[in-house]
Design a protein. Structure first.
Length: 104
């Protein structure tokens, strides 16, 4: 699977604004901007959000299920990756969804 070119990314983002409820839009925008692999995005949990720095810590992947249960493993390159480029998205999310507070 390759990366989106600028036209594909613009189309994807415009379609995201048709999504309700808003948290799906925020989730997909976050994973798109952070450039996560599909399994990395699926394995994200609230504890991975760094509200103060405006980023994510990515250390797990959910590539598949086994017997109907999530199979969590280390990321493909076995590194913890931190993204700190998401301040704008997280501020919007925190204000709209969480009422301005931090979700724990």
């Amino acid at each position: 699977m390759g990366f989106f070119d600028s036209e594909e990314a613009a189309l994807c983002i415009s379609k995201l604004y048709e999504l309700e409820p808003i948290w799906w839009r925020m989730y997909f925008l976050t994973t798109l901007i952070a450039g996560t692999r599909r399994g990395e995005g699926l394995a994200l949990e609230w504890k991975d959000v760094d509200w103060d720095k405006g980023g994510l810590n990515i250390s797990r992947s959910l590539p598949k299920t086994k017997n109907g249960e999530a199979y969590i493993k280390a990321t493909k390159d076995k590194k913890v990756v931190s993204f700190q480029c998401l301040n704008g998205i997280w501020k919007i999310y925190r204000n709209i969804i969480c009422g301005g507070g931090k979700r724990k």
